[in-house]
Design a protein around this ligand. Structure first.
Ligand code: ADP
Ligand code: ZN
Length: 611
């Protein structure tokens, strides 16, 4: 069989996507590869198909123990002989799998890295390799070798052993991490310097990015969620406390939400993760402890209630939305406080000066991205050194271009308020001062007698917050963490103070609850319209049949104890509902139905489809 035969017969897809075909052939011919592809790009097939084409078993190293079961289940559904070895198996199951491994009964074996390096397992590999029966090694989530990333796994460093011990076996390392430093680290640490590198575009065209200025975050969140009724999504918060509170509050609002953070015991965490994966429409409220390698294809949104650490982190976290390629949203609320908190976190960390300098740089880049009036996708990809020529038309600044205004005078007023008060105060007091609000503190300090007192009454409080935030993001001001977030002028402020430059600021728009909800619903309509054109299959008249098929799938999933998407993807159900195949051969033409699924479910599906 050729690679294309396998793609069609086993996986049921008509054609390779992007560089998949080239990667598969390169591996098939014994070459090493580093594959950089965004989440949802289709990395798995890049090692699964060559493993089926080459003699012997493909050994897949993955740190994601919790997901191995689902990955293996999905392969078994497609008729591939797959199994896994990790600490969740009891002794009898381990022995049984080892036996299958040694009797040519496996095409793919998923292994946890700590298991790989046991004497026992290496002995088995030695025997297989002597008989020429290792098809390839796939190193999934290869960025786990990077000591700077937050997914660092010490065992990953040892993976270079594979090449030393089995030089004849081709290796493929895969990651969705986009930054250049990590890529270089992977090549060096895994000894892949001479591997061929395949880089795909990191654009995720189906994800819509928006950032809103934080005003009333709960109200804003509800407004956003109004556009995602009964859909699965992830809400990220910085602290465990906020995770717990937000999840509880969402439940009170009638939204099925579960908390997830490192402070919960393992059993609860696993239980919540399982429910998120298996049930429809669960919202996971989580710290960044949640999400690495979440394979759920139909996560429809990722919301950030707090600013993430960097644009890399943001890209990774939001990347968990829309793996299936259907419309998804990344949404974030962001405020002045975030800046102060993050600066403080960096200043007070144990890291060395060099590391702190890097982290500050990353934070600044993220702030500038939050405040940009340009296309967010263009700016995001530019950060990863990818050049996109045109605006995307699918981010907030493209859909509703922000109104700009000449902010030079406002900036001068703000700066003068800072200077006149000795660069010792935070935004709250400075805004009161500018707006001429007589507080007790103001009177005590005598600030109500300053010439800047009340010169900014033309802007409301939210307006001033926006000005301060943009001055911070633009590097004109700096929040001194040592002085409790007191704002100070940087050198770049001088031309503004002297009026020697132009300064365009975004106009602050705060939406009321009704407006937020309206925007949410409008968004949802827009998403649906987009889906209808992108996926002609999803027209309203096919909806009842789709629901019938979905109910059948839920039943199957329950009976077999696997997530619904392991049986068939939403996309495949939509196609079935639209094409209404009349017989098995028509059924096999539906993307996502290979031979094994056709044989297994064909009769049941054909019986459900009216002809
Ligand atoms: P990644 O590991 O890169 O995040 P996956 O390997 O999980 O991505 O693939 C993402 C989705 O795309 C899956 O639902 C997969 O079945 C689908 N897919 C991958 N390759 C193809 C293809 N050539 N044609 C159609 N669908 C594909
Ligand atoms: Zn855009």
């Amino acid at each position: 069989m050729t690679a294309l035969d396998i793609l069609r017969k086993v996986f049921g897809y008509p054609a390779f996507r992007g560089p998949q075909a080239e990667i598969v052939n390169h591996l098939k011919d014994g070459g090493d590869a580093l594959v950089l592809m965004p989440t949802g790009g289709g990395k798995s097939l890049c090692y699964q198909i060559p493993a089926l084409l080459r003699p012997g078993v493909g050994v897949v190293v993955s740190p994601l123990i919790a997901l191995m079961q689902d990955q293996v289940d999905a392969l078994c559904q497609a008729g591939v002989r797959a199994a896994f070895l990790n600490s969740t198996l009891d002794y009898a199951a381990v022995v049984a799998t080892e036996k299958r491994l040694m009797t040519d009964d496996l095409d793919l074996l998923y292994v946890a890295p700590e298991r790989l390096f046991t004497e026992r397992f290496l002995n088995l590999l030695d025997r297989l390799s002597a008989a020429g029966k290792i098809a390839l090694f796939a190193i999934d989530e290869a960025h786990c070798v990077s000591q700077w990333g937050h997914d660092f796994r010490p065992e990953y460093i040892q993976l270079s052993i594979l090449h030393e011990r089995y030089p004849a076996v081709p290796r493929i390392a895969l990651t969705a991490t986009a930054d250049a430093l990590t890529r270089r680290e992977i090549l060096v640490r895994l000894g892949l310097e001479s591997a061929r590198i395949f880089i795909s575009s990191f654009d995720r065209p189906n994800i819509r990015y928006s950032v809103v200025e934080r005003d009333n975050p709960r109200r804003q969140l509800l407004g956003f969620l109004a556009g995602h009724e009964n859909e699965a999504g992830i809400i990220y918060c910085l602290s465990r406390k906020k995770v717990d509170e937000t999840a509880a509050w969402l439940n009170e609002q009638g939204i099925a939400a579960l908390p997830y953070h490192a402070g919960l015991d393992t059993v609860t965490r696993m239980h919540h993760q399982q429910r998120f994966l298996r049930e429809d429409g669960i919202v996971m409220v989580a710290t960044i402890a949640f999400g690495m390698g979440i394979d759920k294809p139909d996560v429809r949104f990722v919301a950030h209630l707090d600013l993430p650490k960097s644009l890399e982190a943001y890209y990774q976290e939001t990347g968990r939305a829309g793996r299936d390629g259907e419309p998804a949203e990344a949404w974030m609320t962001y405020g002045l406080n975030d800046v102060v908190i993050h600066r403080q976190r960096i200043d007070e960390s144990e890291a060395g000066e060099e590391q702190k300098r890097i982290e500050r740089g990353k934070l600044d880049a993220l702030l500038a991205w939050c405040e940009t009036a340009e296309c967010r996708r263009v700016r995001l990809l530019a950060y990863f050194a990818e050049n996109m020529e045109e605006r995307c038309g699918n981010c907030d600044t493209c859909l509703e271009p922000p109104e700009m205004w000449d902010g030079i005078v406002a900036a001068q007023k703000a700066m003068s308020a800072i200077l006149r008060t000795g660069q010792r105060f935070g935004a709250g007091h400075l805004i009161d001062l500018l707006r001429g609000k007589v507080t007790e503190r103001m009177a005590q300090l005598g600030h109500d007698a300053l010439p800047t007192f009340g010169v900014g009454a033309d802007l409301d409080e939210a307006g001033w917050r926006s000005v301060f935030r943009q001055l911070l993001a633009g590097g004109l001001l700096h929040a001194d963490a040592q002085a409790y977030g007191a704002l100070k002028l940087t050198d770049s402020a001088r031309p503004v103070l002297k009026g020697e430059t132009v300064l365009h600021l975004r106009r602050q728009v705060i939406k009321s609850r009704e407006k937020s909800a309206l925007a949410g619903r409008r968004n949802k309509q827009r998403n649906e319209a987009r889906r209808n054109t992108a996926f002609a299959a999803q027209s309203p008249e096919n909806e009842p049949l789709f629901e019938t098929l979905r109910a059948w799938r839920a039943e199957q999933a329950r009976a077999q104890g696997v997530p619904a998407y392991v049986i068939l993807h939403d996309k495949t159900l939509h196609e079935l509902a639209a094409r209404k195949p009349e017989n098995l051969s028509e059924l096999l033409n539906v993307p996502g139905i290979g031979q094994a699924k056709g044989e297994r479910y064909g009769a049941a599906l054909l019986a459900l489809i009216p002809h």
